[in-house]
Write a protein that binds this ligand. Structure first.
Ligand SMILES: *Cc1c(COP(=O)(O)O)cnc(C)c1O
Length: 242
């Protein structure tokens, strides 16, 4: 990797941070109300080092086993928080329990129960978001939430997760359908926010503070609709090497 490319990463990181801050102000919030998670999946370690050197402290990964060598490589740098944002397979849960700060992509009750057992053994509480599929796409993960008439049944379906003492549910996450025009993604972000409000009324004793939504090409719209976490990869680190 050329030095020039790594400088560009720092510049892009600061530019994206500035756009996040502006969008937060447009939505009547302070810049601190929106956290930027830099998504490092499939990226070379030099680029990840460059973004950490530029100040990034929250990193996102889709594949737990691919995060491990990256964690090791970053060990002598400043401490970073790892966010698990991809579909979590049963056999990978222990890596998340041991090494990740937060899980954005919890998508089933059996997975929650398995995590609960391992977290109890490890004696830790894991901040967790529930993933919903708000676009009705067959290939997407998350509890189906496209049809609002099904939300009462959906609330019943996720209720068991809220009783698990070592999973601290803090909100919702989604990966909406891709649209060339980010304005066309807005209704999906809005749907996740409305689902959050619905669940908050239904389960007032749980915390529903966070909405993890918005990626490289649509994060400003997501922030305008209430995102508290945006997950941004290629706009900062460049295209993932194929
Ligand atoms: C890859 C990925 C991102 C980041 O995507 P970019 O378009 O590179 O910003 C965010 N969230 C999830 C769940 C992802 O898989």
């Amino acid at each position: 990797m050329e030095t020039a490319d790594l400088t560009t990463i720092a510049e892009r990181y600061h530019r994206v941070q500035a756009r996040v801050a502006q969008a937060a102000r447009r939505s009547g919030r302070t810049p601190e109300a929106v956290r930027l998670v830099v998504v490092v999946k499939a990226q070379p370690i030099e680029r990840i080092r460059a973004v950490v050197a530029a100040g990034a402290r929250d990193l996102g990964e889709n594949y737990p086993e691919q995060a491990l060598p990256k964690m090791q490589a970053l060990q002598d740098g400043p401490p970073v928080r790892w966010h698990m944002i991809g579909h979590l397979q049963r056999r990978k849960t222990r890596i998340v329990v041991q090494h990740f700060h937060m899980l954005h992509s919890l998508d089933s009750v059996p997975l929650a129960q398995r995590l609960e057992r391992q977290l109890a053994q490890a004696g830790r509480v894991l901040p967790t978001l529930l993933e919903f599929n708000v676009g009705g796409e067959a290939q997407k993960h998350g509890w189906p939430a496209h049809d609002e008439r099904a939300w009462p049944a959906l609330a019943d379906a996720i209720a068991p997760v809220l009783d698990l003492p070592h999973l601290q549910v803090q909100g919702l996450m989604t990966v909406p359908p891709w649209r060339a025009d980010p304005e066309e993604v807005r209704p999906f972000f809005r749907r996740l926010r409305r689902l959050r409000d619905f669940l908050a009324r239904r389960f007032p004793r749980s915390t529903w503070e966070h909405l993890s939504m918005g990626m490289s090409h649509d994060f400003e719209v997501a922030i305008e609709e209430g995102a508290t976490f945006v997950r941004i990869g290629s706009a900062i680190l460049g295209p993932r090497p194929g």
